[in-house]
Design a protein around this ligand. Structure first.
Ligand SMILES: [Zn+2]
Length: 408
């Protein structure tokens, strides 16, 4: 099938005006000017969506689907108020609650333009739930307490999944939750496991000032909370979380840092040196009042910067447009093309799936979104998409060459 539109943003080269994409099965077979594609493949059926912008499917590089039905507050709330409530819900929810919550979240993804996602899962409920959807998924097994038998069991489960060579759309990763709830020896154990099996590691880093205080000085709110929970971890390293990760061999090109709100210049150099990626969750940071990430410095350092919504426990939607709008508020000089890359191609790079996803080019999956445009004169489609468009403007989403969502 050939799909045509007034603008096609490939994120490979410049956008194509009056463009067309030839889709064969799940993949893009050709992409270029409408005239050329139509004359080269005259027998192909054509779907012309006219005044529209086609662009790559969004990649939500960080979420926790299992928390989709966890509602702590409908208005912004501080991290220190939010966290104990999250812990209480985690202790209370049963497997059946997690299943319902995960399924609810997956339904909420429809119509958002998200075609691939990285999900952190403690309950593992997203494996079954995502299996019946076409999304490209990467599920990270979450490790949240430094309990030896528990960690051994999780690593055994992951190994089994990998050895099974699951041919499904779901890839595996591991997520040691954060430095504040895990010991260094546990982190090192998980990191060497991940290296051995070539799986990515996703970790929440430098999200709050409470975390920075705990890691640096060993004091403050998180120290009290972790002590109350019975965690006997030595904190107060006189270092930043990124420095700790770097010094202990945990930072590498398969490490994905989530949040990165409180980063020093030295942290940025280390992240760049070790080629780690950073996923920003600006709406979640705003909701939990944790601060704003140094987007301009991260961007200027040349670190792979992706975007995630985080969970619906700290966000009101899976709206990648709004995440882009927040980034623009933090760093308004960012070029819109780079901003769109954060929501698409950079997510694919961070998750190591950019060979087949994240941009529109021959051989990649036909994961595309389209938005209807209300202008007829030629204009800058990057600007229109990143600043003037929102989720309700999405008219079409294709995943693996099949229409997944369409609105007439
Ligand atoms: Zn998270």
């Amino acid at each position: 099938m050939i799909i045509c539109a007034m603008y096609i943003i490939t994120l490979e080269k410049n956008y194509i005006y009056n463009g067309a994409i030839l889709i064969k099965g799940a993949f893009i077979q050709a992409i270029g000017k409408k005239k050329k594609i139509m004359s080269s493949f005259p027998d192909e059926p054509v779907k012309d969506i006219g005044e529209a912008i086609i662009f790559p499917g969004f990649i939500n590089a960080h979420t926790h689907l299992q928390f989709s039905k966890v509602k702590i507050s409908s208005t912004p709330v501080s991290f220190t108020e939010w966290l104990p409530k999250m812990i209480a819900i985690n202790n209370r929810f049963t497997l059946s609650d997690w299943k319902k919550s995960t399924n609810y979240g997956i339904k909420k993804l429809t119509g958002t333009g998200i075609t691939a996602l990285a999900d952190i899962s403690r309950s593992k409920t997203s494996f079954k739930a995502l299996a019946s959807y076409p999304y490209h998924s990467l599920i990270f097994y979450e490790v949240i307490a430094p309990d030896e038998p528990y960690i051994k069991k999780i690593l055994k489960d992951i190994r089994k999944k990998i050895i099974l060579k699951d041919k499904s759309k779901i890839n595996i990763g591991v997520s040691p939750h954060a430095l504040y709830c895990l010991s260094l020896s546990t982190l090192k154990q998980i990191s060497s496991f991940a290296k051995k099996y070539s799986i990515p590691v996703m970790i929440h880093v430098s999200e709050t000032k409470e975390e920075m205080e705990l890691i640096d000085r060993g004091t403050g709110y998180l120290k009290e909370l972790m002590t109350k929970r019975g965690l006997k971890i030595k904190y107060g390293y006189k270092k930043t979380p990124v420095e700790i990760l770097a010094e202990n061999g945990i930072l590498n090109s398969d490490t994905i840092i989530v949040h990165g709100v409180h980063l020093t210049k030295q942290d940025l150099s280390l992240l760049k040196y070790y080629n780690a990626s950073v996923v920003l969750c600006p709406k979640s940071n705003k909701f939990l009042k944790t601060g704003t990430a140094p987007v301009r410095d991260l961007f200027n350092t040349g670190i792979t910067l992706a975007l995630g919504t985080d969970s619906l426990a700290s966000n009101d939607s899976f709206n990648m447009f709004e995440e882009m709008h927040e980034v623009k508020k933090i760093y308004n000089k960012i070029h819109n093309k780079d901003l769109l890359k954060m929501a698409t191609l950079n997510g694919a790079k961070a998750l190591n799936i950019s060979a087949s996803l994240g941009s529109l080019s021959t051989g990649k999956f036909a994961d595309i979104n389209a938005v209807k445009i209300k202008k007829t004169k030629k204009f800058d489609p990057y600007q229109y998409l990143c600043e003037e468009t929102n989720i309700e403007d999405i008219s079409l989403t294709m995943i693996r060459g099949k229409i997944f969502y369409s609105k007439t």
